[in-house]
Write a protein that binds this ligand. Structure first.
Ligand code: ADP
Ligand code: MG
Length: 157
């Protein structure tokens, strides 16, 4: 795997397919900005760091919101488009003060957690999401990964 993979773009509106209901909102990057990852990686769940940038024209986000945070990303074929389109959905492990649709988001993808799975129950899915978050946090705490949180790719202020 060619990690780190760096992605960025304005956060798009998804289809509200229950991200927030599952306790796991996922911010989407536009198609053009995930071309680089689509060609080199397989579908599944990944971990890394993400940062939402403040908007110069003013914003609803706090100083903490715009820091670099751990993230878990699901890369998969979107059933809404008859599985003809790949989407990257990014859950940032931070409690945001407000939604950030339209804000610029920067993402560094550092590792692969698992392939995509089908779930028979909502509970099973929620359980697995919790495990993914733990795996991501634990992995990112290793010095070799942690150093990417201060990568010059991210805005320092
Ligand atoms: P959508 O279908 O529009 O992606 P979601 O229920 O998945 O809807 O919610 C995603 C949106 O929630 C993001 O675009 C972002 O504006 C907001 N959001 C709030 N907190 C987070 C978070 N911790 N991680 C990702 N997105 C978040
Ligand atoms: Mg979403």
């Amino acid at each position: 795997f060619p990690f780190p993979i760096k992605l960025s773009g304005p956060v798009q509106r998804g289809f509200g397919r229950g991200g927030k209901d599952l306790g796991c909102p996922t911010a989407n990057l536009p198609d053009e900005s995930i071309e680089s990852i689509a060609s080199v990686t397989k579908t599944g769940v990944y971990y890394g760091f993400a940062q939402v940038l403040p908007r110069p024209e003013g914003n609803e986000l706090s100083e903490d919101d715009v820091k670099v945070h751990p993230m878990a990303m699901s890369l998969g074929w979107n059933p809404f488009y008859k599985n003809e389109r790949l989407t990257a959905e990014i859950h940032i492990m931070h409690e945001f003060q407000a939604d950030f649709y339209g804000y610029e988001m920067k993402v560094v993808v550092l590792g692969y957690i698992r392939r995509e799975l089908d779930y028979t129950t909502r509970e099973a899915l929620i359980d697995d999401i919790e495990i993914d978050k733990l795996v991501a946090i634990r992995s990112l705490d290793r010095p070799d990964y942690k150093k990417f949180s201060t990568d010059s790719f991210f805005a320092s202020k």
